[in-house]
Write a protein that binds this ligand. Structure first.
Ligand code: ADP
Ligand code: MG
Length: 240
């Protein structure tokens, strides 16, 4: 059974149809990269998967269960999200950003949460920054805390919404390296990103979204080398 099945999803904001009959499936350990012009519905698509946004029509299944039948806290634990602007709590340390969900959502003791948080900080190369506040960290370090925070909840699926778009160019690589390692470890990842080298080397599937519709979807090499649609060619051509 697919880990994620998006089935004929529609979403409008007022008169504007933002997602139009979007369907796709992801298997466990897939890394799906979604690309598309600004305003094409990429963020909305991700946000529908963990119900930060509600769909108007269609269904979304996580491991065979329709997500509207799941408890929302349970869904958010099972589907982690990494945001473009990191979304860290400014008044909490790197460690404190991670322990919060572990204690409040998973009910772990403070000691256990601290131990788990430090393990995940080490995993993203930030063992020595546990006591730092977000403002004391570089953008790349903040985003790695964001990834560690998502991972600590042991999600089945991790959503990334342009995780490197807010970073200075010299900091992008450290975040992509962490994502690359996660993919190799078998994490199932649905990523919106314009990093085409990442898409080429890591993605199992590349999806082009335009005006709320899937234009083309397939193995990245196929879309890069032999796109079926002119819009795929034009869009990927602009990025590379
Ligand atoms: P992308 O991430 O591809 O840039 P978005 O999913 O953010 O696209 O947005 C798709 C369209 O939906 C845009 O026209 C945007 O203005 C609109 N939109 C997104 N979120 C909202 C919202 N909360 N309220 C109204 N319109 C929205
Ligand atoms: Mg977006």
């Amino acid at each position: 059974m697919s880990l994620l099945r998006v089935d004929h999803v529609d979403k409008s904001y007022g008169e504007e149809r933002v997602l139009r009959d979007v369907s796709f499936e992801m298997e466990r350990q897939d890394v799906e990269v979604i690309v598309g012009p600004s305003g094409s519905g990429k963020s909305t698509m991700l946000r529908c998967v963990n119900r930060l946004t509600e769909i108007d029509d269609g269904e979304i299944y996580l491991d065979g269960e329709e997500i509207h039948d799941l408890d929302q806290n349970d869904l958010r634990r099972r589907v982690g999200m990494v945001f473009q602007d990191f979304n860290l709590f400014a008044h909490r340390t790197a460690r404190g950003n991670i322990t919060l969900g572990l204690e409040e959502v998973l009910g772990k003791s403070h000691e256990e949460a601290t131990r788990v948080a430090e393990d995940y900080l080490e995993r993203v190369g930030l063992a020595d920054q546990a006591d730092s506040y977000p403002a004391e960290l570089s953008g790349g370090q903040q985003q790695r805390v964001g990834i560690a925070r998502a991972l600590a909840m042991e999600p089945e699926l991790l959503l990334f919404d342009e995780p490197t778009s807010a970073l200075d160019p010299e900091l992008i690589g450290e975040v992509l390296d962490v994502m690359h390692d996660l993919a190799e470890e078998g994490m199932t990842m649905l990523c919106v990103t314009h990093e085409m080298d990442f898409a080429r080397s890591v993605a199992s599937t590349l999806t082009v979204l335009d005006d709320g519709q899937i234009v083309e979807r397939g193995p990245p090499e196929q879309l890069f080398e032999n796109p079926e649609h002119e819009r795929t060619r034009a869009f990927l051509g602009d990025l590379t």
